[in-house]
Design a protein around this ligand. Structure first.
Ligand code: AHN
Ligand code: ZN
Length: 337
């Protein structure tokens, strides 16, 4: 008992001193930046993880957001409404997309544009749909029902809605586009037999947008995709496609995370090759988009054990992780002048 107590006290002391250290660091850093470019640099807002958590919970409360369901339609209206409330110019891009099993998905990519007058832009994105099956659930009877997708889906969107709210309060110098991609998670299950393996069955919404951008010839300086950014003790590694697109950008973002005190979550180490929305954004639109995605080198599938199971519920969401990702992305965009 006593050992545990001592241990905890020591841990707390280290935590408190780290907090002070990172505050000091931030202060001196922003004042240096201000003297260099006093006109343009807007100081970075403080990310509110309670707020992000609320946006995730609201999405989950609609029920699974599987295309062609009433829950999906209701959530689309909510997401577009929130972006409008935060001052974005909103476009809802609708498309009929054919899934691996030939289901026609009534898909909606939800796009919020900020600082439209600025031609220099950064794209922030996440998928908002949820997987129609729980193919990796340990209970075979539950594998055919759709998941809550609290982390896989709602977390990235929740973090980006909080970023949108902050952008509305204090405008960054650069233009920002936020896209919630649909139909990312309707991909062909890996272990269905008697069925030929099809290509490009994941990320249908971003594939459509990549070929039909909301603005002709749309380009950003770079993009950041958030996927599964809310689980407790999540680690983010260098995703391998992202490293082939722009390794300096990946290192820059990870360096900022370390500098502002979130090195615990951002590992300066190689992760997996993950087929996700950023691959289609990069290849179809010709600018680098990198993926911040939870990676678990010890697990067979590469993600958390909750992945594509019914354990991906609100119990799988942690505010410290949301804060680490949200504050890092805010810092990255407010440093752009
Ligand atoms: C595959 O593993 C095929 N896709 C990873 C992207 C993904 C699925 N993200 C969330 N769900
Ligand atoms: Zn998924």
């Amino acid at each position: 008992m006593q050992m545990t107590l001592k241990h905890t006290t020591a841990g707390l002391t280290i935590l408190v001193s780290l907090l002070f250290f990172s505050c000091d660091f931030k202060k001196s850093d922003s004042s240096t930046t201000q003297t260099k470019s006093a006109k343009q640099r807007v100081s970075t807002p403080v990310f509110n993880s309670d707020s992000a958590y609320h946006y995730i919970e609201t999405q989950v409360n609609f029920g699974p957001r599987v295309p062609n369901t009433a829950e999906h339609a209701a959530c689309a209206d909510y997401l577009a409404g929130e972006l409008k409330r935060f001052g974005a110019e909103v476009i809802v891009q609708e498309a009929d997309l054919v899934a691996f099993d030939n289901t026609v998905l009534k898909a909606k990519n939800i796009i919020g544009q900020f600082n439209l007058e600025n031609p220099k832009r950064i794209l922030l994105c996440a998928h908002w749909d949820t997987r129609p099956f729980a193919d990796y659930d340990k209970d075979p009877e539950k594998r055919n029902s759709p998941i809550d997708g609290a982390n896989d889906g709602a977390s990235g969107v929740g973090v980006l809605l909080e970023i949108a709210r902050q952008i509305n309060i204090s405008k960054p110098s650069i233009g920002i586009d936020i896209i919630f991609f649909d139909a990312e998670d309707y991909g062909q299950p890996a272990h269905i037999d008697l069925q030929e393996q099809k290509e490009d069955t994941w990320a249908l919404g971003s594939q459509y947008w990549g070929k039909n951008p909301h603005t002709p010839d749309y380009r950003a300086k770079y993009g950041i995709l958030l996927d599964m950014v809310g689980a407790p003790d999540a680690y983010f590694y260098y995703e391998q496609h992202s490293m082939t697109y722009q390794p300096d950008l990946v290192r820059h973002i990870w360096d900022i995370a370390h500098e502002i005190g979130f090195g615990y979550h951002f590992k300066h180490d190689m992760g997996g090759w993950i087929t996700d929305d950023h691959v289609y954004v990069t290849n179809l639109r010709n600018f680098p988009c990198i993926d911040i995605i939870q990676y678990n080198p010890d697990s067979q599938l590469g993600f958390g054990d909750y992945w594509h199971t019914h354990d991906d519920s609100m119990k799988n969401i942690n505010k410290n992780t949301l804060n680490a990702v949200g504050q890092t992305v805010l810092e990255v965009i407010y440093r752009e002048v």
